[in-house]
Write a protein that binds this ligand. Structure first.
Ligand code: PRX
Length: 636
C-alpha cells in the first residue's frame, strides 16, 4: 500500500522523486496492489513519442467494470455506489448500491448484446445526467464496446458529425431531458442527426420525461421492456490492456472535433490513483462532481476513478440556479457531501448571488473543494474558500485535459499548500516541461513558457480516432519528443505551476473548449457573410465570451444587421450548440491579415478586450488601415 495514498508533503516529494526515477516500478506497484487483473502484464511500458506510440501494461487482461463493480461486491455490496439527485428537488433521490449497479449494468449489457453489439463496436450515448447514462457506459465497457458519449447540449449537426466520425452502430438516448425549468427534446435532435448518419442501425430509448415522441419502427426501441426480459448477470468481456475503452470528442483550433481514444488499463489505474489522492477519499465519504458525464471530468471523476475506489458518487441532473441559486448548497446539506468538485464558471455565477442562498444550509460536511476546466480567478477562489469551505477546506485547482485522461497538476489536499490560481505541483509520474518558442526547455524556477509533458503517463490518450497523423501533428510535432498541451504556464520561485491559459486558437467559454475554426465555418455559411474571425474576451461569469468580427458581402442597413446577428447565432447553435453563440458581433469591412493571408488574432483580441494600447507592430500587415476602422467601431 506504499505509494497509493499520500498523506504529507515530505511523502509527496519522496514519492514524486521515486516515480520519476523509476516510473515503471512506481506504476507497477500501484497496478499490482489495487486492481483485479485476469492476466498480468508482460511489460509495464513501451513508448516512442516520435511515432507516437505508448503502451502501458501490455499483455495484461482485465475488464474495467469488474474493477469498478464486481470486486466491491464482497465487502461493499450494500454500499451506495451512485446517489442520483434529480433536477426537481421534490422528486425523490435514488440510491443505487453496488449490488444494484451490478445488476443494472449486466442487464443493460445483455440488451446491448441482444441488439447485436459486439466487442469493438462504437455506441454513442446521448443522455441527460440520469443513472442510465452511467449504467449504459459501463454496460458498453462490460462487453468491450467502445462508448462515445456526446454531451446532450450538442446540436444535431454536432451529434451527426461525431456519429459518422467513429461509425457508431447504435445511439442510446431518452425521450427528453429536464434542465432547470425547461425540458429538452433529445429525441428530435437524434432523429435529425440520424438523417445524415446512416451508420446507426438502432436507437435505444430511455424514458425520462414521459413525453410523446416518435418511435421509428425497426430502428428505435424502448429499453425498459428489453431490460425486463434479460438476465441480471453478464460475464465481463476480457479486454487487453490497450483495447480502447472510449472515444471522447474535443474541439481543436482547426477542423473536425478530435475523437480522443482512451485505453483500458492505463486509464483505469491513473484515474483511480488520482481520485484517491486528489480528493483524499475515505470509505464512507460522499463525493460530488458537478460536471456532466458528457465531458472528460465526468468520465474520469464521476464514474471510473470514483467507482474504481468503491466510492459513493453523486450524479446531479439539474443546474445550479434551479429552483434557486441555493440548489448546490441544498444538495450538499441533503446528502452530506464531503468532496465537491466544480468549475470556475459555476463558482463565478453563484458568487454573484446573495450570500443568503448559502447561509441557509449546513455545509459542515465538506472537506475538500475542487475546481477544473479553466483558470480560476483570485476573486472566485477567495469566494469559494471563504463562503463554501469556510476557510477550512483546501481547494484543489486541478489542471488536466480530455487528452490527459486524468488530473496532472494539482495540490493534494492537506498535503500541498494551496495558493489561489495555482495548480501547484505535478502528480507523481507526471513530468512537465516549460518550453520557450525556440523549442528549448526552460529549466529551473521562475520561468514561463509553453506547457509540455516529457514522459508518458498511464491515462494519456493513445490516438485520435481514425487519424493517427492528426494526433501526431497536434500534440507531438510542436516540440520534439514531448506532448504539447496547447496551454501556457509559469513556475514560481518554489516550482509551483500556474496555468496561464491556451496559447492556441481554442477559447474556453464557461469551461467548454471551443475551437475558432468550426465556429467561423458555421458563421460563413450565412449567405450574407463573406468572412469572419472570432476571438475571446473576458467575461465575469463565463471566463471568456466570444466576439465575432464579420465581413458582409454587402453592407446593408443596421436593421438588417440585427437580423443577421440573430441568424448567425442561430446557425452557430444549429451547427455546434448554444454554448458557442457569440456575445458580440461587429460588422467590419476588413480583417487584419499578415502578408501570407493569416488573420492576426492578436490584434482582434486586443480590440475585443477594448484594450488599444500596445497593439504591437502593425506595419507588417497586408492591410494596416483596417485596424483603425475596427477600433473605431468596436463594441464595448
Ligand atoms: O486550457 C486548459 C483548461 O482546459 C483545457 C482542457 O479542456 P478539456 O479538454 O475540456 O478538459 C477540461 C477538464 C479537464 C486545458 O488545456 N484547464 C483545465 N483545467 C484547468 C485549466 N486551465 C487552468 N486551470 C485549470 N485547473
Amino acid at each position: 500500500m506504499s505509494n497509493y495514498h499520500i498523506k504529507h508533503l515530505e511523502e509527496y516529494y519522496q514519492v514524486y522523486r521515486e516515480s520519476i526515477k523509476d516510473p515503471e516500478n512506481f506504476w507497477e506497484e500501484i497496478a499490482e496492489e489495487h486492481f483485479l487483473w485476469r492476466k498480468r502484464w508482460d511489460k509495464v511500458l513501451s513508448w516512442d513519442f516520435k511515432k507516437p506510440d505508448v503502451k502501458w501494461f501490455e499483455g495484461a487482461q482485465l475488464n474495467i467494470t469488474e474493477n469498478c463493480i464486481d470486486r466491491h461486491l464482497q465487502i461493499r455490496s450494500d454500499k451506495v455506489a451512485i446517489i442520483f439527485e434529480p433536477n426537481n428537488p421534490d422528486e425523490e433521490a435514488e440510491h443505487i448500491t453496488y449490488k444494484q449497479l451490478h445488476e443494472r449494468v449486466c442487464a443493460f449489457a445483455n440488451v446491448l448484446k441482444s441488439k447485436g453489439i459486439q466487442k469493438g463496436d462504437r455506441v454513442c450515448v446521448y443522455l441527460p445526467m440520469i443513472p442510465d447514462l452511467t449504467v449504459s457506459m459501463l454496460a458498453c465497457a462490460r462487453i468491450g464496446a467502445i462508448h462515445s458519449i456526446v454531451f446532450a447540449g450538442f446540436s444535431s449537426t454536432a451529434l451527426s458529425t461525431r456519429l459518422n466520425d467513429s461509425d457508431c452502430k447504435m445511439v442510446i438516448t431518452s425521450d427528453g431531458a429536464y434542465r432547470g425549468a425547461k425540458t429538452l427534446d433529445l429525441k428530435t435532435i437524434v432523429d435529425e442527426a440520424l438523417e445524415t448518419s446512416p451508420c446507426v442501425e438502432s436507437v435505444l430509448l430511455v424514458k425520462r420525461i414521459h413525453s410523446d415522441i416518435k418511435v421509428k419502427e425497426g430502428r428505435d426501441e424502448w429499453v425498459q421492456p428489453l431490460l425486463d426480459r434479460v438476465s441480471l448477470d453478464c460475464p465481463p468481456e476480457i479486454m487487453d490492456a490497450e483495447d480502447p475503452l472510449f472515444i471522447l470528442y474535443t474541439s481543436g483550433s482547426t477542423g473536425m472535433p478530435k475523437g480522443m481514444v482512451h485505453s483500458t488499463a492505463g486509464y483505469m489505474v491513473y484515474t483511480a490513483y488520482t481520485f484517491k489522492n486528489i480528493f483524499q477519499y475515505r470509505e464512507n465519504d460522499v463525493y460530488w462532481c458537478t460536471a456532466d458525464i458528457g465531458w472528460i471530468t465526468g468520465h474520469s471523476y464521476i464514474v471510473y476513478g470514483a467507482l474504481a475506489n468503491g466510492a459513493t458518487t453523486l450524479m446531479f441532473e439539474g443546474v445550479p440556479s434551479y429552483p434557486d441559486f441555493g440548489r448546490f448548497w441544498q444538495v450538499v446539506e441533503k446528502h452530506k457531501v464531503n468532496q465537491l468538485y466544480t468549475a470556475p464558471t459555476a463558482i463565478r455565477a453563484l458568487a454573484k448571488e446573495n450570500l443568503s442562498f448559502i447561509e441557509k444550509y449546513d455545509l459542515s460536511s465538506l472537506k475538500v473543494l475542487g475546481t477544473v476546466g479553466e483558470p480560476i480567478n483570485v476573486e472566485a477562489w477567495d469566494w469559494y474558500n471563504d463562503n463554501v469551505g469556510k476557510k477550512n477546506c483546501p481547494i484543489v485547482d486541478t489542471w488536466w485535459q480530455t487528452e490527459t485522461g486524468g488530473i496532472m497538476i494539482a495540490p493534494i489536499p492537506y498535503v500541498t499548500p494551496t495558493i489561489p490560481t495555482y495548480a501547484t505541483l505535478p502528480l507523481p509520474g507526471i513530468q512537465p516541461a516549460l518550453m520557450d518558442e525556440s523549442g528549448q526547455e526552460l529549466k529551473g524556477n521562475q520561468v514561463e513558457g509553453r506547457l509540455c509533458i516529457k514522459f508518458p503517463w498511464p491515462s494519456m490518450a493513445r490516438t485520435v480516432w481514425g487519424n493517427h497523423q492528426r494526433y501526431k501533428d497536434i500534440y507531438f510535432s510542436t516540440f520534439e519528443d514531448k506532448y504539447f498541451t496547447g496551454d501556457g504556464a509559469l513556475k514560481d520561485a518554489v516550482g509551483f505551476y500556474r496555468i496561464t491559459g491556451r496559447v492556441d486558437d481554442v477559447i474556453i467559454v464557461s469551461g467548454h473548449n471551443l475551437g475558432t475554426a468550426p465556429i467561423e465555418n458555421a458563421i460563413n455559411e450565412h449567405p450574407a457573410v463573406a468572412e469572419s474571425a472570432i476571438v475571446g474576451f473576458p467575461h465575469d461569469i463565463k471566463g471568456k465570451a466570444l466576439y465575432g468580427f464579420v465581413i458582409l458581402k454587402e453592407v446593408g442597413e443596421s436593421r438588417i444587421h440585427d437580423n443577421v446577428r440573430k441568424e448567425i447565432n442561430q446557425i452557430i447553435a444549429e451547427h455546434i450548440g448554444p454554448i458557442a453563440k457569440l456575445d458580440k458581433i461587429q460588422f467590419t469591412q476588413g480583417l487584419p491579415k499578415t502578408r501570407s493571408g493569416k488573420i492576426m488574432r492578436r490584434i482582434l483580441r486586443k480590440i475585443a478586450e477594448n484594450n488599444f494600447e500596445d497593439m504591437g507592430d502593425i506595419s507588417t500587415l497586408l492591410n494596416p488601415e483596417v485596424v483603425q476602422d475596427i477600433k473605431d467601431n468596436c463594441i464595448e
